[in-house]
Design a protein around this ligand. Structure first.
Ligand code: ATR
Length: 279
């Protein structure tokens, strides 16, 4: 086959706003590393145009899409087949186009697990876990966290009802409960505190429960940035054992999507290193 006849498989990320997404860089590095012929585009799409944009991408030969904020729940309505983990999370972040069908999956939870277990050496089994926030990010990670058999998982949120709805939805999967920030029980130290609020995006530090942090607590922010996030700074100030931003989860969820699409698992370590250096 001559070069002129080679078609490059197209992928992309759809979100709004999406201009600051690192996904194109990560997928280009994966493609380079594994010798895959593919391109990955940044697609800024509003909620009203999501369905049209997804179907057009599919019609014009696109192979797969990542779906990001704020479309992860809405994209679930567009899929013909859904993985169990995406159905449980009630959200998809990975679409794969197979003929005329759309397959939906969610790689956020496994991305977090891999970062915690493999990259950071944190054991979730028997851990006492606190999640701050009860939005889409929390929904994506609660199921996989419960599968790792923690001792307990508590969700604390500014709006308690939203935390309770998630706890009710997931309580058949493991020991989960909900409360407000000012009701977090602190009789036992937390091994892991995860920030899944979007408060840091505006630089805000909500009244997180200070007593939940001890010198043995591992703190993880699902957000990431050029500088330590407000949550990471707050956690360090409370004396946490460690506070980590979500770069590893970002790279690991991308690797999982890449494997779904290409059947090849990239080595995440060099890509993660590069992302953090260039952060
Ligand atoms: P995502 O998909 O990133 O999770 P989301 O579904 O809009 O986004 O959820 C945002 C989460 O951050 C919610 O838990 C929200 O709290 P409420 O449910 O009370 O709205 C939380 N959040 C955002 N800004 C916050 C702030 N300034 N203080 C406390 N919580 C905040």
């Amino acid at each position: 086959m001559s070069d002129a006849t080679v078609t490059i498989d197209r992928y992309g990320v759809m979100g709004y706003p999406v201009t600051h997404s690192r996904s194109p860089v990560i997928h280009r590095l994966f493609a380079l590393q594994t010798g895959q012929q593919m391109q990955y585009e940044l697609l800024q799409v509003t909620a009203e145009k999501l369905e049209t944009a997804v179907r057009q991408f599919q019609r014009t030969g696109g192979k797969g899409l990542n779906i990001t904020v704020p479309h992860k729940r809405a994209a679930l309505d567009l899929v013909d087949q859904v993985s169990e983990r995406a159905a449980t999370a009630g959200a998809v972040n990975t679409l794969t186009f197979r003929g005329s069908e759309i397959h939906g999956d969610n790689t956020d939870g496994i991305g977090l697990l891999r970062d915690l277990n493999v990259n950071l050496g944190f054991s979730l089994q028997g851990a006492n876990i606190l999640i701050l926030g009860a939005g889409g990010a929390t929904r994506g990670v609660v199921g996989p966290l419960l599968e790792m058999q923690p001792q307990a998982l508590r969700i604390a949120n500014r709006t308690v009802d939203k935390a309770q709805i998630i706890a009710d939805h997931f309580d058949r999967y493991g020991p989960i409960s909900a409360c407000g920030f000012d009701e977090v029980p602190v009789s036992e130290p937390y091994d892991l505190v995860i920030n899944a609020t979007s408060a840091g995006l505006s630089g805000a530090v909500p009244p997180y429960p200070e007593a939940a942090i001890s010198e043995t607590t591992f703190c993880y922010d699902l957000s990431y940035g050029l500088n330590p996030t407000p949550f990471c700074t707050w956690a360090r100030d409370q004396g946490a054992a460690k506070s980590v931003m979500g770069w590893g989860m970002l790279v690991e969820q991308a690797a999982e999507s890449f494997e779904i699409w290409r059947g090849v698992r990239p080595d995440t370590a060099p890509v993660l290193k590069q992302m953090q250096i260039n952060a």
